[in-house]
Design a protein around this ligand. Structure first.
Ligand SMILES: NC(=O)C1=CN([C@@H]2O[C@H](COP(=O)(O)OP(=O)(O)OC[C@H]3O[C@@H](n4cnc5c(N)ncnc54)[C@H](OP(=O)(O)O)[C@@H]3O)[C@@H](O)[C@H]2O)C=CC1
Ligand SMILES: O=C(CO)[C@H](O)[C@H](O)COP(=O)(O)O
Length: 457
């Protein structure tokens, strides 16, 4: 089987090596000739160079491929994807050829592109997770759509992807561009889990005065049990690293956090769909807050440093709170996928989605089976629920900032304790006559229920 790949950067180069290792013949192209040369040299050292052809332009790529063609794109998301598609049309791709956008593209662009290119070639979408290591040895692959071309490449992707208990982490999760939506939400959850781990570290380091190495040891211990996850393991490793002068590596790194956009899109889509994912939104804004100092407005928004206080944290309780908060971050992401799928009629299969996240991806965790068990299961976690409530309170009392921890506690508390929405509804009706609904289901105004002699002016 022959495939082509455009874009040989961090992800493309590693996926290329994975593809040829699994037995595919690859025709590859990158605008940067050094990227092709480096890939050839890696393939040579693996004894796989005869399965790889680097081409110097897209015309050559299209000529070399047998019809119907299968072409993967791993170029930066945005306009470049359209530029490459247009260049491939000029180079001669045909209606029966499939082009799969494997980058972190916005799903809305995917929907537009499906229409735009429908008479030129089959445009398909797939999100990939796992970074360089995943791409090289087995990523999670969240594909979507029902294009005919999938049948040719799907059996190969099932081998190229990571596997968990013998099941591939490649799946066509739903219709249209839902694969990119699922990958976007994967990244939204990724932001929340990364921030949550950073907050637990913060509480242990500044709230209990432990060193990064001591926090690393706690994370390492947690990783030995049911809390094992990729992000916790890398955090433990990072926190254990020191320079030759025994300075913690983390103390050399600037606090401003970067972002490429998928977390922001997750938050934007959740807000547009009216689906509450407060932990995911908080993680995006936590990144924004680290950059506040650089914005012009922030010059007037930077406050005097405040002292924080030491708190007494029970490590077992913290572990339970972290587990509970992590589950709730995934649950919010899954609720968003479910809501979007219903809205767009994508028929996203959540079981298949979770299967793609079991191995290879950045948010893989041993407790994903617990997440699959759903709300009923979470309701039984009374000890963990109480732990989250206590730890969130204690953390806030330290004076340090815990955007995801506190949002997650707020999320579960909002859904499991008495609501105050009635007062907000009454306020809306009081000043704007927006109407209220009573417990009996009647739609009316507050003035239909009580005598109002006059309103506050
Ligand atoms: N890095 C990661 O961990 C992950 C990235 N992704 C997504 O995968 C995609 C690729 O990411 P990544 O590999 O990190 O990006 P890189 O920037 O490392 O690689 C992109 C490559 O595409 C090349 N390129 C740019 N324009 C063209 C073109 N017109 N034709 C052919 N090649 C071109 C670039 O060349 P040049 O350098 O000369 O511009 C570069 O070699 C992105 O959408 C990203 O969001 C998804 C999952 C994880
Ligand atoms: O998709 C990824 C991992 O799953 C990429 O690493 C992505 O770049 C991460 O997002 P950001 O750069 O915004 O932190």
């Amino acid at each position: 089987m022959q495939v082509a790949l455009v874009g040989l950067g961090v992800m493309g180069k590693n996926l290329a090596l994975n593809l040829i290792e699994k037995g595919l013949t690859l025709v590859a192209y990158d605008t940067n000739p050094d990227a092709g040369a480096e890939l050839i040299s890696c393939a040579q050292s693996l004894g796989l160079a005869e399965r790889l052809h680097i081409v110097s332009d897209l015309g050559d790529m299209v000529r070399r491929l047998e019809s119907p063609r299968s072409i993967l794109l791993l170029v930066p998301a945005g306009e470049l994807v359209d530029r490459v598609c247009t260049d491939l049309i000029e180079a001669g791709v045909a209606k029966e050829d499939i082009i799969v956008d494997c980058g972190n593209s916005n799903y809305k662009d995917g929907i537009t592109r499906k229409l735009k290119y429908q008479n030129k070639f089959e445009f398909a979408t797939m999100g990939i997770s796992g970074g360089a290591e995943g791409a090289r040895h087995g990523p999670a692959m969240m594909a979507s759509g029902s294009e005919g071309g999938w049948e040719r490449i799907e059996p190969w992707f099932e081998k190229v992807a990571a596997s968990y208990n013998g099941e591939s982490c490649f799946a066509r999760v739903g219709q249209s561009a839902s694969g990119h939506f699922v990958k976007m939400v994967h990244n939204g959850i990724e932001y929340a889990l990364m921030q949550l781990i950073a907050e637990v570290y913060q509480l242990l380091r500044h709230g209990t005065e432990r060193s990064p190495k001591e926090v690393a040891a706690i994370f390492e211990q947690w990783s030995q049990g049911s809390l094992n996850s990729y992000l916790l393991s890398i955090s433990s490793h990072i926190l254990s690293l020191e320079t030759e002068q025994s300075e913690p590596l983390v103390d050399l790194i600037d606090n401003k956090v970067g972002a490429k956009g998928t977390g922001l899109w997750t938050a934007q889509n959740a807000l547009e769909l009216g689906i509450a994912v407060p932990s995911l939104v908080a993680a995006v804004q936590a990144r924004h807050l680290t950059n506040t100092i650089d914005t012009h407005a922030a010059k007037e928004m930077t406050y005097a440093k405040k002292a924080t206080i030491k708190v007494d944290v029970d490590l077992d309780e913290l572990k339970d709170a972290f587990y509970m908060a992590s589950l709730l971050c995934y649950r919010q992401g899954l609720a968003l996928i479910k809501g979007a799928s219903r809205e767009h009629q994508w028929k996203v299969d959540l079981a298949k989605t979770l299967q793609t996240w079991r191995a290879g991806c950045i948010i893989r965790a041993d407790y994903l089976d617990d997440i699959a068990q759903g709300v009923e299961f979470i309701d039984t976690l009374e000890k963990e629920s109480a732990a989250l409530r206590n730890v969130a309170g204690l953390a806030m009392a330290s004076g340090l900032a815990f955007p995801v921890l506190s949002s997650t506690q707020t999320y579960i508390a909002t859904l499991s304790t008495p609501s105050n929405g009635h007062l907000v509804q009454a306020q809306r009706d009081y000043f704007g006559e927006h109407g209220i609904k009573t417990h009996s289901g009647e739609t009316c105004h507050i003035t239909d229920l009580v005598e109002l002699e006059s309103k506050v002016r």
